[in-house]
Design a protein around this ligand. Structure first.
Ligand code: NOJ
Length: 556
């Protein structure tokens, strides 16, 4: 196995330029601002940044409605600012992944405007049309309750166009080889400017061959393989990180039988079961979800996450499970969205520091590559007075200065959270950097720890049996490294008995605290787990692999 697959043990930080740091004072974040915060990201331990769409856009869907694939939206700076940012990131060893949004364009994109001239126009076949009104024109909406249709009539074109998402986002016709060639040109353009890969938006929808009146569309996985071939030919170590909220049994063709599809895919299935377990302390469905998503091709990898810029989608849970999560984390109607999700940030949802730590410790210990969302490292809140998913898209809280140090402008792209327990006056990076007990400093240590446990990214794992169903115990091993991670989802403490029969695993070395478990003569370990507690242990006599501080070193 080739060990230079960098994405196997990366720590990815997702951010939106718009709300990260505004230097020119227009109320919208920019590349110059992001450059000034690279040292912050570096010291947090992040090695990969995923940038939400930053290209020119009418911005009706947070930038996921692009009107020019080859530029930078003026609100974020110039192409020069982008290149300068790439240079600064590279200097710090930080890789950059960007969104590749090619399922659709903005309706303001010149291609669509030209296509509207009707059949025979240069770009007509770049989109998906139907002259008749399709019988399923109001089916298959991604944003139920907000989006009214998937086929909309365009007067000028004299035909209906297909849009899986909002009406202002016409779908590109991926069956047209010219469109695919253009997509590769877009990828080639940004690769040439130094990006390390792409977060591919809406993968299943990119692959579907839409036929008016039909609900089930054939997915053309050969397009994904073609995309991968192009990417790897242009740049050997670049990656595709796919957004595809699919069932475990559907995942294989995305990764490709021979690992010739996407490299990484968000594990939405596990994500939803994590929240179920956080809500109920019932670990069984999570164990099943983990087992169901096990056994990937060696070069493939899950991306694990807790929250992102969208709603927390619970669509893969059973109705009963979903209601339990709603009841615990989004009990009020205005916290819920699209009949399937919750539009809240992590900390307010969980409501306590201890459970927030539990959730993050768990996420960083799950098989795959962790992805964190800007602001979650300081426990930022949400603003439920904002519309839909904007609730979780408020500006980063840097300090207790006016506008949280994000901008000097009076009016911002989204307002700062300035009231209540999550107000910038007490939740901000400046305060947390000084406070040794802060979530930020805790998160920095967790990231460092994750980096010291490569077996999570590379290794094989098993669930360890305990008699405590509220505790999840996982065992990783890889190249003589072995790791046991325990998480107690219960609000009650528990004593967990681990029966580690193998001799070489007799010793448990706590990687976070100075904790020693009691062992009996049969090799059974008795481990105390506090309410919402977590523990990471190295097993066996692997002390030479650990950083032990001064005392340990002086013995050598
Ligand atoms: C998925 C993105 O995560 C979401 O924010 C966006 O609205 C849709 N794709 C449409 O691009």
């Amino acid at each position: 196995m080739i060990e230079d697959l960098w994405y196997k043990n990366a720590v990815i930080y997702s951010l939106d330029l718009e709300t990260f740091m505004d230097v020119n004072g227009d109320g919208v974040g920019d590349f110059e601002g992001l450059c000034r915060r690279l040292d912050y990201l570096n010291s947090l331990g992040v090695d990969t940044v995923w940038l939400a769409p930053f290209q020119p856009s009418p911005n009706k869907d947070n930038g996921y409605d692009i009107s020019d694939y080859y530029g930078v939206d003026r609100r974020h700076g110039s192409s020069g600012d982008f290149v300068e940012f790439m240079h600064q990131a590279k200097k710090r060893g930080i890789k950059v992944i960007m969104d590749l949004v090619v399922n659709h364009t903005s309706d303001q994109h010149p291609w669509f405007q030209e296509a509207r001239n009707g059949k025979g126009s240069r770009y007509y076949d770049w989109y998906v049309w139907s002259e008749e009104k399709p019988s399923n024109w109001d089916e298959g909406m991604v944003f139920p309750g907000v989006q009214k249709a998937t086929w909309t009539y365009d007067k000028k074109a004299g035909a209906y166009f297909f849009h899986r998402f909002f009406e202002h986002q016409p779908d590109l016709n991926m069956d047209n080889p010219e469109v695919r060639a253009e997509v590769y040109k877009i990828m080639g353009f940004w690769l040439e400017l130094g990006v390390a890969g792409f977060r591919v938006d809406a993968v299943p929808f990119i692959l579907e061959s839409t036929v008016p009146g039909k609900d089930q569309h054939k997915l053309k996985f050969e397009y994904l393989r073609e995309m991968r071939r192009f990417l790897q030919w242009r740049q050997g170590d670049a990656v595709l990180l796919g957004e595809a909220n699919v069932l475990p049994e559907e995942t294989q063709p995305y990764f490709g039988e021979e690992g010739d599809g996407i490299h990484l895919m968000f594990n939405f299935y596990v994500n939803q079961h994590v929240f179920y377990t956080l809500a109920t302390a019932d670990t069984e469905p999570l164990v099943k979800a983990l087992e169901a998503t096990k056994g990937l091709f060696p070069t493939a990898q899950w991306a694990q996450f807790l929250r992102n810029h969208d709603e927390l989608d619970l669509g893969r849970l059973t109705e009963e499970q979903r209601q339990k999560v709603f009841a615990r984390f989004g009990p009020e109607k205005h916290m819920q969205l699209y009949d399937r999700g919750i539009r809240r940030r992590l900390s307010p949802m969980l409501g306590s520091r201890q459970q927030t730590e539990l959730a993050y410790s768990l996420m960083f210990s799950l098989p795959g590559t962790p992805v964190i969302r800007y602001g979650d490292e300081i426990g930022m809140g949400d603003d439920l007075t904002l519309e839909e998913r904007d609730a979780v898209r408020t500006p980063m809280q840097w300090s207790d200065d006016t506008q949280a140090g994000f901008s000097t402008a009076k009016k911002l792209v989204h307002p700062i959270i300035s009231e209540g327990p999550y107000s910038y006056t007490h939740v901000n990076t400046e305060e947390q950097r000084r406070n040794p007990e802060s979530l930020l400093n805790w998160m920095t240590s967790l990231i460092r720890l994750r980096k010291e446990c490569p077996e999570i990214g590379w290794g094989d794992w098993q669930i360890l049996q305990t008699d405590t169903p509220q505790v999840l115990a996982m065992h990783y091993h890889w190249k003589g490294n072995s790791l046991i991670v325990l998480h107690n989802f219960d609000v009650q403490p528990h004593e967990v008995v681990l029966n580690l029969k193998q001799k070489q695993e007799e010793k448990l070395i706590d990687l976070m605290a100075n904790y020693k478990s009691a062992v009996d003569e049969k090799g059974r370990h008795y481990i105390t787990m506090e309410a919402y507690g977590y523990r990471w242990f190295r097993t066996g006599d692997l002390s030479h692999l650990l950083h032990r501080g001064k005392k340990g070193n002086s013995k050598q």
